[in-house]
Design a protein around this ligand. Structure first.
Ligand code: ADP
Ligand code: MG
Length: 397
């Protein structure tokens, strides 16, 4: 915009001075009009001209018109300044320099012809030429830099968008693998708790088929009923533990507290629950794991311990959460169990192992302390890492 104003200004000044100095109006007016039109047309279709490579030719035309004006009146010589400015924008810089020097030669020639002192005739136009070239070149470089910066910003934005997509993919994969792991655990638990129950029902029923004594049959039927009832209960427990809603509504403490209370009510074993330590944020996977451990441990207390009391304690620290289940029952050879070869799942003995696996999957572990006659203490712990929390927030997002 500044360039156009300058061109118009220089042209008008030239015109006014040329009229003042009595130039031939028959040439002057048409030439000025043609020059102005040439300039306006070239500027209006500049984009088209430049892409067609016609920029230098247009400038050449303008320069010839300028030459004509200078011939009519040397007052137009300073329009050269606008030509210098334009040249940098219309052709490669070295070519613009050559062009500018040629124009400069004309300007100097005119000055000398006008009788200006040679030093002034050379120095003035040369400085003008240098300033015009430097200003135009500077402007051009700044514009280029702005374009490059914009491209850089565009690339960064594109990269960031890619990152978001990748992150979404990662979150989905994590969720899918989480779901897969949960399915594996589920099948393990069903296999363990329900399969066990059904196999004992089967054994009892087979035994019944071979008995005729009504009293014995009655006893077997009662046992079948009992086991079936337990299995039903067990299946409800499996379902409940897998429904995150049961946890999300109330949190782990409340779920554990309910679990312990129902244990008390159903068995007559005195069961107590205590929660200790600061409130921490647990991932759903962590809450589910701890709840499952508690359920499995209490099932063992009920099935194997013959205990009078059981204590369930949830202890939180900023970097760890612990769940302890301690009973005063018969106990068992924990060291022997640790070193024993695992039995096939259908025959039981899978509960403690799957508790431990579940905890190890989440970076924690299960410690089993027991000896015959000494009661049993199960200690489950899980680390509370920043990564765990981040993973969880990713899963919820
Ligand atoms: N609280 C407990 N009191 C006494 N014995 C236990 C207790 N918990 C586990 N056990 C013993 O450890 C064994 C392994 O337990 P577990 O892995 O849960 O398998 P399952 O309950 O299917 O037998 C049990 O069979 C039982 O002998
Ligand atoms: Mg068990």
């Amino acid at each position: 915009m500044g360039r156009h104003t300058l061109f118009a200004l220089l042209l008008v000044i030239g015109l006014v001075r040329a009229v003042g100095s009595g130039a031939d109006l028959r040439w002057l007016v048409p030439l000025v009009l043609v020059t102005a039109t040439w300039y306006v047309v070239g500027t209006a279709w500049r984009a088209t001209f430049v892409t067609a490579g016609a920029g230098p030719w247009w400038l050449l035309g303008l320069t010839l018109l300028w030459g004509g004006l200078v011939v009519v009146s040397p007052d137009f010589v300073w329009v050269a300044f606008a030509l210098w400015l334009l040249s940098v924008h219309l052709m490669a810089f070295p070519l613009a320099v050559v062009y500018s020097v040629l124009v400069l030669a004309v300007v100097i020639g005119v000055q000398v012809d006008l009788g200006t002192h040679p030093a002034g005739a050379i120095l003035g136009p040369s400085i003008g030429c240098l300033v015009a070239l430097a200003a135009s070149r500077g402007e051009q470089l700044l514009a280029q830099e702005a374009v490059e910066r914009q491209q850089l910003v565009d690339r960064l934005v594109a990269t960031q968008e890619e990152m978001v997509v990748l992150h979404d993919d990662l979150t989905r994969t994590q969720r899918e693998s989480g779901a897969l792991a949960e399915r594996t655990r589920l099948s393990r638990d069903i296999h363990d708790t329900l399969a066990q129950g059904f196999s004992s029902i089967l054994l009892l029923a087979r035994a019944g088929a071979q008995r005729d004594d009504p009293a014995q049959l009655h006893t077997l039927l009662r046992q079948i009923e009992e086991t079936a009832g337990e299995n039903l209960e067990e299946s409800r427990r499996v379902v409940n533990a897998l429904t995150p809603a049961a946890l999300e509504g109330s949190g782990l403490s409340a779920a554990l507290s309910r679990l312990v209370a129902s244990m008390s009510g159903e068995t007559g074993i005195v069961a107590e629950f205590t929660a200790d330590g600061p409130e921490v944020h647990l991932a759903t996977a962590q809450e589910v794991a701890l709840l499952r451990v508690a359920q499995s441990a209490l099932a063992n207390v009920r099935q194997h311990s013959g205990a009078n009391r059981v204590m369930v304690t949830l202890t939180t620290a900023p970097d760890q959460v612990r769940l302890d289940v301690a009973d005063d029952g018969a106990g068992f050879d924990a060291a022997g169990w640790e070193s024993a070869v695992p039995l096939p799942a259908a025959r039981g003995g899978y509960g403690l192992r799957s508790m431990r696996e579940r905890l190890r999957d989440l970076g924690g572990d299960l410690v089993v302390e027991s000896a015959p006659g000494d009661g049993t203490v199960l200690g489950a712990h899980l680390p509370l890492t920043v990564a765990g929390a981040a993973q969880e927030s990713g899963r919820r997002a």
